[in-house]
Design a protein around this ligand. Structure first.
Ligand SMILES: *[C@@H]1O[C@H](CO)[C@@H](O)[C@H](O)[C@H]1NC(C)=O
Ligand SMILES: CC(=O)N[C@H]1CO[C@H](CO)[C@@H](O)[C@@H]1O
Length: 264
C-alpha cells in the first residue's frame, strides 16, 4: 500500500515536469516579445514638445533620485502632473501611483527593468505611475536654465535666503504681465523705475525691491542645482528666478535717486 502511494506520487511528479517546462518556455517567449513601452500611454496626453521616456529607475526615501521638488495627490494622473509642472520640469518622475518628483539631473538611483514600474496612476488605469521605490522618468528635453549674470545696470549677487515673515527686500513691485511674465530683465527694470538699488526674483514669479538687505538675509553658496535658487522664471525658462525661500539678488551701484524704505 505504502509503496503504491509512493509510486503514484512519483508518477504525478513526472507529469508536472513537462508542465513546468512549458511554463518556463512560455515565460521565456513572453520576455522575447516586444513590450508596449510606457511612453506610448503618454503620447496621447500632448506632452510638451520633445518630452521622451527615460526609463524606470530605482528610488530611495533616504536619498532621492529626483530631489528638486515633489508633489503628491491622490487624484494624480500623469496628465495632471505634466500639466501642472511641465513648465518647470526637466526630469520628471512618477512613483507609487500618486507621487510626482522632478529634478534637473538624476541625483542617484539606477536603471531598473521597465516591468518594475508597474503601478497604474491613482485615478487613471491606463497610465503607469512608477512602483514601490521605482520612478517612471520622463525628460522634457529642455535646456537647464542659468543664473542671469546681470542686466539693466544691475549685477547678480548670487542666491540669498528669504523668509515669508521677515523679508530680505521689503517692497513688492509688479512687472508688466504679472507673475506669469516674470524674468530678470523685467524685474530689474521695474525696481529701477521705482528707485530701488536692490532687486530680487523669487519662487519663479515673485518680485521684490529694496534699498538694503534686511532681516539678516545671507548668501547661500553652491550652484543653482543645490542652493535652492532652482526655479526657472515664469517669463523666461532659460534663467533662474530664485526658489522656495530663495532670491536671486541683483544690485546696481549707479542709482542716485534712491527712495527711502517705506516711501514706496
Ligand atoms: C532670457 O534669459 C537669458 C539667460 O539669462 C537671457 O540671455 C535672455 O536675454 C533672456 N530673455 C529675455 C527676453 O529676457
Ligand atoms: C521679523 C522681523 O524682524 N522683521 C523685520 C524685517 O525688516 C524690516 C525692515 O527693516 C522690519 O520692519 C521688520 O520688523
Amino acid at each position: 500500500m505504502a509503496s503504491a502511494l509512493k509510486r503514484s506520487k512519483a508518477a504525478a511528479a513526472m507529469h508536472l515536469i513537462p508542465l513546468l517546462f512549458l511554463s518556463l518556455l512560455a515565460t521565456a517567449i513572453a520576455n522575447l516579445l516586444p513590450r508596449q513601452a510606457p511612453q506610448n500611454q503618454f503620447v496621447e496626453l500632448n506632452l510638451p514638445g520633445g518630452t521622451f521616456y527615460v526609463g524606470c529607475y530605482t528610488d530611495d526615501v533616504a536619498k532621492r533620485t529626483l530631489y528638486e521638488s515633489s508633489y503628491s495627490d491622490d487624484t494624480n494622473t500623469g496628465a495632471k502632473y505634466v500639466s501642472i509642472l511641465s513648465h518647470i520640469n526637466y526630469l520628471q518622475g512618477l512613483e507609487w501611483s500618486s507621487e510626482c518628483w522632478w529634478g534637473f539631473t538624476l541625483a542617484g538611483g539606477t536603471s531598473a527593468t521597465d516591468s518594475d514600474c508597474n503601478m497604474v496612476c491613482t485615478d487613471n488605469d491606463n497610465q503607469l505611475c512608477g512602483g514601490p521605490d521605482r520612478l517612471t522618468i520622463y525628460d522634457t528635453n529642455l535646456a537647464v536654465p542659468q543664473q542671469n549674470p546681470g542686466v539693466n545696470g544691475y549685477s547678480c549677487l548670487g542666491c540669498w535666503s528669504d523668509i515669508v515673515s521677515a523679508r530680505t527686500l521689503s517692497n513688492t513691485v509688479g512687472v508688466l504681465g504679472g507673475s506669469a511674465n516674470m524674468n530678470v530683465d523685467g524685474r530689474t527694470s521695474a525696481c529701477n523705475a521705482n528707485g530701488f538699488a536692490y532687486s530680487g526674483v523669487e519662487y519663479a514669479g515673485e518680485c521684490w525691491c529694496g534699498n538694503r538687505i534686511d532681516n539678516g538675509s545671507a548668501q547661500v553658496s553652491g550652484i543653482s542645482l543645490t542652493n535652492g535658487c532652482d526655479m526657472p522664471c515664469n517669463g523666461n525658462l532659460t534663467e533662474f528666478c530664485g526658489g522656495s525661500d530663495r532670491l536671486n539678488l541683483y544690485h546696481t551701484p549707479t542709482r542716485t535717486n534712491l527712495v527711502k524704505e517705506g516711501d514706496f
